[in-house]
Design a protein around this ligand. Structure first.
Ligand SMILES: Cc1ncc(COP(=O)(O)O)c(C=O)c1O
Length: 422
């Protein structure tokens, strides 16, 4: 069998004639029981990815805050909370999810450029670990809400270290002209401003330079800049207790080299060992990305000019990454059926951009099942109901056990909040 030697494949066992499985459950049986399209996650793959962080970074005893936006399913948050994870959130909704999933708010860092008054109040009432503040205006707002509530808000500034993460422009966040964070040149002044505010406690410094970063050097550059800032803060009498280096460590989707966790850890350990500040991390994709796949069934095949399409029952509303970032996902036929031919894998949504994968050699025909790999991060979480399509079911596999962790949306639920005026 000539599967590409890429990492996402490791999620699957079995072979192309008997059919693939996740852990001990065959994808064919999952499709039969839960229908398609369907997100399938492997619990052991999530746990293994989590352990990569805890093992390699053990010398620094970090606080690892899973970035909820990567995959906010309650069962996944609950699994991670059970492993000891904290959470990085970007909305009041994500905080409510963390609480509903059994996570502790006092291990939550609240990032995001547009926190509303209501979200700040909710976070203060919940006693989150820290706000990662992204502008002077937000700092003032957090202070005034904390003042009104008679509490002190724990804050870090998200500093924009102006390093190039060498990733897709839509997921690069650490450049000077990014909408995120506080400009590097203004950080010290803003910390001094914050230190004079009665209802703020300065806790740390924070940065997040982007996502799907496969060249590790920008992490070192960004941390060097943060440490330089920490030295200057200390010199002005501002002492911080943690350094949050954000998330962003990449995974293998295709043939990119997935950074080794040991190398990433070395960058952090070389710079932070022996320091008093606690390390905080906000990984998302690296924990769940390669632990999930989107299972879909071929509805039709069709040719148009020189193109051959496999029209599947998943679409850009279910998995947006290919349409949004021209992202590449490995696609595997669950079972080899017929001769290998070149296909574009397209969904039923009425957009020319609704192509999930281009130019793939696959043995499929009408009714075949395909697995779109590396879909555990920013897959389900970015899904929508465009074209009035119910979002997929989600299933978590643990050994031989498969648990439905999200029911397929029902049609009537899609319009239950809509009102026809009388
Ligand atoms: C502030 C912040 N932290 C963490 C993350 C997680 O990034 P990743 O999934 O690449 O680790 C993101 C993703 O956009 C983010 O915006």
């Amino acid at each position: 069998m000539k599967l590409p030697p890429s990492k996402p494949i490791e999620l699957l066992s079995g072979n192309d004639t008997s059919g693939f499985q996740v852990e001990q459950v065959s994808l064919a049986s999952i499709a039969e029981e839960f229908g398609t399209p369907c997100y399938v996650y492997s619990q052991s793959a999530i746990e293994a990815a989590w352990r990569e962080f805890t093992t390699h970074l053990a010398p620094l005893s970090p606080m690892i805050c899973f970035a909820v936006k990567a995959n906010p399913n309650l069962a996944i948050l609950n699994l991670l909370a059970g492993l000891g994870s904290g959470f990085d959130i970007v909305s009041g909704g994500e905080l409510a999810r963390v609480i509903a999933a059994g996570g502790s708010p006092n291990k939550v860092v609240f990032s995001g450029v547009g926190k509303s008054v209501a979200e700040i109040e909710f976070a203060l009432h919940s006693s989150v670990f820290c706000f990662n503040v992204e502008s002077e205006a937000e700092l003032d707002r957090i202070h005034s809400v904390a003042h009104r509530l008679g509490v002190k808000a724990p804050v870090s500034l998200r500093v924009n270290p102006d390093v190039d993460a060498h990733t897709h422009p839509y997921i690069a966040t650490g450049l000077k002209e990014s909408k995120f964070g506080v400009a590097w040149e203004n950080a010290l002044e803003l910390y001094e401003h914050a230190s004079k505010m009665s209802h703020l406690t300065i806790k740390g410094v924070d940065c997040h330079i982007g996502s799907q970063i496969t060249d590790l050097s920008p992490f070192g550059e960004a941390l060097d800049r943060l440490l330089n800032l920490v030295e200057r803060l200390t010199a002005t009498g501002i002492h911080i207790s943690h350094i949050d280096v954000g998330g962003g460590i990449g995974i293998q989707y295709q043939d990119e080299i997935s950074p080794q966790m040991a190398d990433y850890a070395k960058i952090l350990i070389d710079r932070l060992r022996g320091r008093k500040e606690q390390l905080v991390l906000e990984p998302g994709r690296r924990i769940v990305g390669n632990a999930g796949l989107l299972l879909t069934r071929v509805e039709y095949t069709k040719t148009a000019g020189n193109k051959r399409f496999a029209l599947v029952d998943a679409a850009m509303n279910d998995l947006m990454r290919p349409a949004l970032y021209e992202a590449w996902h490995e696609v595997v036929a669950v079972k080899k059926e017929g001769n290998e031919q070149r296909f574009d894998i397209a969904g039923p949504v009425c957009e020319s951009g609704d192509i999930l994968a281009r130019d793939r050699m696959l043995e499929v025909h009408e009714g075949s099942l395909l697995a779109i790999l590396s879909a555990g991060a920013y897959g389900s979480s970015m899904s929508s109901n465009y074209n009035t399509r119910p979002r997929p079911a989600e299933v978590l596999i643990d050994g031989a056990k498969s648990s439905l962790i999200r029911s397929r949306e029902t049609l009537s639920s899609l319009w239950e909040d809509e009102i026809i005026p009388k």
